[in-house]
Ligand binder design. Structure first.
Ligand SMILES: C[S@@+](CC[C@H](N)C(=O)[O-])C[C@H]1O[C@@H](n2cnc3c(N)ncnc32)[C@H](O)[C@@H]1O
Length: 347
């Protein structure tokens, strides 16, 4: 039976046999920043350390990962915290924490997929973000998988597109509700007949819903997306399976994803938080956090060949994360509550 795309996507990804809850996990099908290189976790950890100091070394410091996949990023961040010597966790100019961060970390993975059997017991696994978070709430490549509706203009106004989950065949459905129509007018002024669009209101609600769980700290959303001035014509809905881009068939056999309207999501979060957001490219963000991708000096090859090769491998990993045509073009949306982002992201 044909369904609205939002419902088809929800069932295909998160239903009983859904792609994300029953399958191998995201890393088996596509490459996110969190999987691409440990340099990503290292940069996020730098942000964690700066935020920890800005918050006055709270106990506990919450690290919450929404859409945590199989918990890979949280495991990497916990390992970095364990490795960090206590005096080094304080950025210069601040006193070191009385208790090392590793001993104050409270780790929570928010995920609809089942808990992986080998996950360290210190990581709590839940389907709902906790309330009263003090620390960092992460959502890397989560919002692009929050279900969206697709709409098309017709002679009688905008209508939802219905899709047959087993064949992918599409037909025009009922008219847009008033709230979706209002969202479209505000956030997706569009080019005229024939153009299909994705209605991102559900992502706004999802982001606002996690931002409101933050008592003090930062919510960081990292995703591919677009701004109002340049929404891609015809939309971005697509599928991924086994590392390849495929048509977005909502039958549970592949990921179904669409780029995120970052400014609309950001504005919904800022309304809830009551303070301004910061939006920057991943390239800018990683540079601000000390990952610049610079190649090691050639002279190192003569004095320390193994060190040179290690540094070269690290530089090329960072280059992948900061490539403006790839992962470096992803957006970092930083929503602060009770702290200033400028100081956290200063180079
Ligand atoms: C593309 S994966 C990203 C995984 C990981 N964050 C990364 O960057 O590699 C999106 C994940 O979000 C999860 N997810 C989607 N909606 C969710 C929700 N409402 N609550 C919890 N997890 C959700 C999916 O199950 C999936 O594992």
């Amino acid at each position: 039976m044909p369904l609205r795309w939002r419902d088809a996507m929800d069932r295909a990804l998160y239903g009983p046999a859904g792609f994300f809850v029953a399958g191998a996990g995201p890393a088996g099908h596509f490459r996110t920043s969190a999987h691409a290189s440990p340099a990503f976790a290292a940069a996020v950890f730098r942000l964690v350390s700066r935020l920890d100091a800005a918050l006055g070394f709270p106990a506990p410091f919450d690290l919450v990962d929404v859409g945590a996949g199989r918990g890979e990023l949280l495991v990497a961040l916990a390992t970095l915290a364990d490795e960090a010597a206590a005096p080094d966790t304080a950025p210069s100019g601040t006193s070191p924490p009385p208790v090392p961060l590793a001993d104050r970390l409270r780790l929570t993975a928010v995920e609809l997929a089942p808990r992986p059997p080998d996950l360290p017991p210190a990581i709590d696994w839940t389907t709902e973000a906790p309330t009263g978070i003090t620390g960092l709430l992460l959502a890397t490549e989560w919002l692009d998988n929050v279900p969206v509706d697709v709409a098309v203009p017709t002679e009688t106004g905008w209508r939802y597109v219905l899709v047959d989950p087993s064949t992918g065949e599409e037909t025009p459905g009922p008219p847009l509700t008033e709230v979706d129509q209002t969202w479209l007018t505000r956030w997706h002024p569009t080019s005229g007949p024939g153009g299909r669009v994705e209605v991102g209101r559900g992502r706004d609600l999802a982001w606002a819903g996690v931002v409101e769980r933050l008592r003090r700290g930062v919510a960081l959303g990292v995703d591919y997306g677009h701004l109002r001035r340049a929404r891609p014509a015809g939309g971005t809905l697509t599928g991924y399976r086994g590392g390849r881009q495929v048509p977005p068939l909502p039958d549970g056999s592949c990921d179904v994803t669409a780029h995120v309207a970052m400014d609309s999501v950001a504005s919904a979060g800022a309304r809830v938080a009551g303070c301004a957001y910061t939006l920057m490219s991943q390239r800018e963000a990683l540079r601000a956090l000390g990952a610049d991708g610079g190649r090691p000096p050639l002279s190192l090859a003569g004095t320390d060949p193994a060190g040179y090769l290690r540094a070269l491998a690290a530089a090329s990993a960072v280059a992948e994360l900061t490539d403006p045509a790839g992962l470096g073009g992803h957006w970092w949306l930083l929503q602060p509550v009770g702290v200033a982002v400028d100081a956290l992201m200063a180079r």
